[in-house]
Design a protein around this ligand. Sequence first.
Ligand code: PEP
Ligand code: MN
Length: 358
Amino acid sequence: MIIMKAEATEKEIANVVKEIKKYGLKADVSRGEFRTVIGLVGDERKIPFSHFAVLPGVKEAMMVETPYKLISKEYSKLFPEESEYRIIQVGNISIGGDEPVFIAGPCAVENRQQLFKIAEGIKKAGAHILRGGIFKPRSSVHSFQGLGANGREGAEEALSWLHEAGKRFEMPVITEVRGEMQVDLIAEYVDILQIGARNMYDQDLLGSVARKNKPVLLKRHFGAGIEEFLSFAEYIAAEGNKDIILCERGIIPVGKGRSYTRYTFDLAAIPAIQKETYLPILADPSHATGRRDLIFNTSCAAIAAGARGLMIETHYKPAEALVDGQQMITPDELKDVIEACQRIHRMIVSTNNKHESA
Ligand code: PEP
Ligand code: MN
């Protein structure tokens, strides 16, 4: 990491970037109000820090060991005049700001009427962002694969419904990108690109999604440790895109016997991750539990744990859904979840403030 002097000129910054490239690394230039910090992307052991420390305009040159330095709290602390947390603006919704954000909608987009009816319901319930899977990751080739599987025309039609529903009900929209081939097409229609748990490790996909310069929601793989999860988020940041929304969605336990939930909701990961990074962390109680009867309690728990928002699968008739009906709640139930979560959030924030000012 290279910290520039407050009075460093553009020419001096450019010179440092040029020097970094000479050693085969990339430079991540962050400009704050009072100083510029240049993060090094690549193997820092190749860098002669003593040489960089004496370049014109350089205040300090040092090695940073963590595998997720560009998204770390360490990095944001170098800009004390700015917020400690990143606020990601999508339309008029702020993710990571003062209020929790609720993403809701069907697991899969099935047809236009289903999507519009759900969109209307979740908007009335107080949701902020509309989700809907079009390219679905499925465990069996015999299950409904999402409308994205119906060739380019089918995919474009479903994407256009999602876009239209977002406009009609004034909500940004999000859908999952499952492969590199889908990136360009999906980016034309949605506001946030989602990387599913199964693809968290696909660094090529992370790179191509990042380069669209749209916010990316990255879900934690069910086998990934926290450090690993953050290390893969770093692949997005390394492309110069720091509009990354993290999402905890459950991990797999190692013991034998029934777990009674689809995955194990790692609630402690939420505040633990928030201590490590300035990026907002959301939670998905739907996929984490797989049970509609557990959504209310686990949503409240996730917000109490400090989640900046939730992603909840919603359907007006869960039993009719082609995918994940067992874990969907209705818009009426969503309204109760949102109201309870907002109350819990206010309580948590006021107690945190009390401790901070003490
Ligand atoms: C989803 O959100 O549609 C989904 C498939 O979730 P996950 O990637 O967490 O399994
Ligand atoms: Mn689902």
